[in-house]
Design a protein around this ligand. Sequence first.
Ligand SMILES: NC(=O)c1ccc[n+]([C@@H]2O[C@H](COP(=O)([O-])OP(=O)(O)OC[C@H]3O[C@@H](n4cnc5c(N)ncnc54)[C@H](O)[C@@H]3O)[C@@H](O)[C@H]2O)c1
Length: 345
Amino acid sequence: MTNYKVAIIGCGPLGVTNFFDQSLPFTYSFVGATIKTGNQLAALVDVNAEALHSAKKTLEKNSSVVPAFTDWRTMFDQINPDIICVAAGPKVNVEVIPEAIGRKVKGIYCEKPLALSLEANDRLAELEKQNQATKIQVNYARNYETFHKATLDFVKNGGIGNLQTIRTTYNGGVLAVFPHTTALLQKLFDGVKSVSGIYSPITNISTADDPNIDGTIKYYFAPQDRDVNVQVLATGRGKEENNTYIYELEFTGSKGRITILENGFRVRYEEMRLSRIFASSGQTHPYETTHLPLELKADHPREFMIDGMYSLINAIETGKDTDCNLRCALAAEEVAHALALAAAQ
Ligand SMILES: NC(=O)c1ccc[n+]([C@@H]2O[C@H](COP(=O)([O-])OP(=O)(O)OC[C@H]3O[C@@H](n4cnc5c(N)ncnc54)[C@H](O)[C@@H]3O)[C@@H](O)[C@H]2O)c1
């Protein structure tokens, strides 16, 4: 694997500062993903000179001298990076991605959401049609993380029997956060058939223009030639709700139920057995079991962003797709827009 020159655009938590948060049990910054995969941290960019200076100084204390820029165009001219990591928000994504594709940068590792309007998404989709040279990974991180992938494979292969329902929670807003779920579900399903949404009574103080929506998405599940409803529930990101659980996914089938808890760090597995209470009528109920199927035994560390960097580099080197390419991310965000539009009707 080559030692790629990586430039980080946006030096906030996801770009840089989470790297120094000792309490995090996993890599949660592009700087961390760059260094831990043995690549070269070639540039830091931030329009905020103070944030830039502070990130540079802190990295230098850890013995990395990194060129710093307040303007990403200047950085492109002077550094000519192989890979850019963009953690500066959706407004910057829609400017930087076309520029990087135009310059034939080898890889873009970009934070979600890509954009906040369907028009901006359409422009990116048009651009992608012509894009041959640049591989893009959007950080819908569950798509390349080993445990989540194993869970989807287990469900696809009939591990819980006939898939009946999926329940999901997210902590809002629907555009900024929920596409993590729809990006992942794209790996399981074979198309969206319908979407319905209503406004959640749990309001969201931090993204007033991006509401919380509850709803139902009907997907087609080709392995079993059936439609499956996915229930969507916002848990809020207001003051009071700030400490609620965020991502949970519960897959219920005729033979078992898998629940992904604690944002992907814990799994509960239940087997469908003859009901202790209603056995006489032949009902089955889910009962927790210590016999976790081997496929779900994922005690390896959850390293979402490192797995994403490896997936991007693999795509650059083999010509294959990344695990969450631009089309996948755009389609995931489109479903979130559809939920918001359905609620507004
Ligand atoms: N994948 C995930 O799990 C996850 C989690 C949290 C946040 N995010 C996303 O990551 C992104 C960054 O999050 P954050 O918390 O680090 O944000 P932040 O706002 O704290 O930091 C962003 C940084 O980008 C800089 N910036 C803004 N415009 C710029 C420009 N034109 N050029 C260069 N720098 C610019 C800002 O000055 C700031 O320092 C957001 O889009 C957010 O939605 C993803």
